[in-house]
Design a protein around this ligand. Structure first.
Ligand code: ADP
Length: 579
């Protein structure tokens, strides 16, 4: 038969409390017995001393008659047996014996209490009296006798003491029974409370560990759950350590320098690539990232990360003998802190510079011969037409391609100038509506467009910016909108002020730009493949020039697909350009 946990607990508590109760009871009983005995002994000793004083006052020599009389009277007065013994051990008086029987009494000189009294002036003895069938207590003391030291002894039956002790036993038994009742109640209540707490603990622990397994009682349920939790924890630790190994391998295998930063920007973790990149900067851990890398770009990126964002910037590594160009990306982590990744793009950057220089040089070299070809072709065509000849297809093709080459070279040279930072902007206060109107008119004329281009610009809208840059941007976007849509398409230019920015939108309802081309059209020479762009001539450099100008002006451009079709080029320019 299986005893439930609750019953086991109940009986264990009862057992413990009973043991405690019994121990207390026994100690109490023994303490009381000692105390009563002690008190009785003291009482008898006091009486013995009183008897001594009476004997001392009696007339000498001490005769049996007189001493027995004294013993009788004193014994009667104190209701105890009094015995007076002379120095030889002969009993001179006894309160409970006749004078005649005294002479037949055996010598009392060998009684333990008498012997002890003669040495210590106080003697005590406990003996069982078969005559009285009770334990006796004897206390004796000495008195001066003309022949030496006599002894006076007081005797008391311990039956009274035993009676008192029996009463105490009874009292203790009653108290123990009451105690048992209280113990049962306490055990019941505490078992109930304890099992209730354990049950709720078991329930909670089970919800983690013992996934529905059989639970016999609270304790075994909890222990089963703890086993399960320990197993789960060990599995989790194993998989965490595997995960960490994987993470470390990936981190160390990366060519990019990786830094984990705490919320104060202190470096808490780096990989080998980071140590190699910043060789000579001392121990990286513990230093702040801005201290180690430096430069305004990093400060800006760290500010973005601190605000919970992320950002990417390119810059040259300062305070480093090697000329290193870095692409840095800093991103905030969800639980505070951030992660920074530095990519050494020095080689790509050098190639980029070489490419730029090459394009600039080639364009520069080609400009003069191409202008000569263009001028000569124009002259040839004019002379041919003056002689009333039919249009010459070869000459016209020559003219078309020469003018296309001229356009490409001029756009390449513009881009080279912008790349080299050679463009100096001239900031003027402009009325945006007038500027937009001028560009709409110019674009319409140059493309022979009959359909008007709509405009939604407040006539008060002013902007401090570079006129040439604004003109180039608007003209490129408007020409594209006309070129890549049908002649009867709707085109609209909108502008509005939002905070410290002016947002300009050029929207058309043409075919729009396919998603795969949307991010690429701002790249140089990228032309979205469509039936229209194949028939319409272009260099693929217009939007790259637009992007460069916007960057110089501190703005940004984005492409938003129009509904149901078409493209919206949205430009955000600061109301006041400081460049
Ligand atoms: P280009 O016009 O000389 O080809 P751009 O850089 O101005 O070069 O434009 C790049 C490409 O983007 C174009 O070839 C065209 O495919 C696409 N594009 C630009 N504007 C539009 C527009 N409004 N609608 C559709 N496609 C456009």
């Amino acid at each position: 038969m299986k005893i439930s946990f609750r019953s086991r607990l109940f009986f264990a508590i009862i057992f413990l409390l009973l043991v405690a109760e019994l121990t207390i009871g026994l100690n109490l009983e023994s303490g009381l017995r000692t105390w009563i005995n002690h008190n009785a002994e003291n009482e008898l000793y006091r009486n013995a001393k009183a008897a001594r004083e009476l004997i001392v006052l009696a007339e000498k020599p001490y005769t049996i008659k007189e001493m027995d009389n004294l013993a009788d009277r004193f014994g009667h007065a104190i209701d105890l047996r009094v015995t007076i013994i002379d120095p030889r051990g002969v009993v001179l008086g006894d309160s409970e014996l006749d004078i005649d029987t005294l002479e037949q009494l055996e010598n009392h000189g060998n009684r333990p209490e008498v012997k002890e009294a003669l040495i210590n002036h106080r003697g005590t003895a406990h003996r069982f009296s078969t005559t009285l069938n009770a334990s006796m207590l004897y206390v004796a003391t000495t008195y001066p006798h003309p022949d030496g030291m006599g002894v006076v002894r007081i005797q008391m039956s311990l039956a009274d003491v035993e009676r008192i002790i029996k009463k105490i036993h009874l009292f203790l038994l009653v108290a123990a029974l009451w105690g048992l009742g209280v113990v049962i109640v306490i055990a019941g209540v505490s078992t109930h409370l304890l099992t209730r707490t354990l049950r709720s603990l078991a329930k909670r622990v089970n919800s983690f560990g013992n996934k529905g397994g059989p639970v016999t009682d609270e304790i075994s349920g909890i222990s089963g759950s703890f086993d399960q939790i320990t197993q789960d924890l060990s599995n989790t630790l194993t998989s965490l350590s595997q995960e960490q190994n994987r993470f470390e391998t990936v981190l160390e295998g990366m060519v990019e320098a990786v830094f984990a930063l705490d919320s104060q920007g202190n470096i808490t973790l780096v990989n080998q690539a980071a140590i190699e990149l910043l060789e000579g900067s001392g121990t990286l851990l513990g230093q702040t990232f801005t201290q180690v890398i430096g430069g305004p770009e990093i400060t800006e990126l760290m500010e973005k990360a601190a605000a919970g964002g992320q950002g990417t910037r390119q810059f040259d590594l300062v305070n480093n003998p090697k000329k290193i160009r870095l692409l840095a990306r800093v991103a905030a982590l969800k639980n505070g802190g951030s992660v920074a990744v530095l990519h050494d793009i020095s080689d790509i950057h050098r190639l980029e510079e070489v490419r730029r220089e090459f394009v600039a040089n080639v364009s520069h070299e080609l400009r003069t011969p191409v202008s000569v070809i263009m001028a000569n072709t124009e002259t040839l065509l004019e002379e041919w037409e003056e002689d009333d000849h039919e249009p010459h297809p070869l000459m016209e093709a020559l003219y078309r391609n020469a003018s296309r080459l001229t356009d490409t070279i001029s756009e390449l040279l513009t881009l080279s100038r912008l790349d080299a930072g050679a463009y100096t902007s001239n900031i003027e206060r402009l009325n945006l509506k007038s500027e937009v109107a001028l560009q709409i008119e110019a674009a319409g004329l140059s493309n022979n467009r009959s359909q008007p281009i709509a405009m939604d610009v407040n006539s008060d809208l002013q902007i401090n910016t570079d006129r040439h840059a604004l003109k180039t941007i608007l003209s490129n976007l408007l020409n594209n909108a006309i070129k890549y849509t049908n002649p009867d398409s709707k085109i609209i230019v909108r502008a509005k002020e939002v905070g410290d920015n002016i947002i300009i939108e050029v929207e058309d309802n043409g075919p729009g730009i396919a998603p795969q081309h949307q991010t690429l059209i701002f790249e140089r020479f990228h032309r979205a493949v469509s039936s229209r762009s194949q028939t319409v001539g272009g260099t693929g450099l217009g939007l790259a020039i637009v992007s460069s100008y916007i960057e110089i002006m501190g703005g940004k451009i984005s492409l938003i697909p129009a509904k149901p079709s078409g493209a919206i080029f949205q430009i955000t320019l600061p109301t006041s350009t400081t460049h």
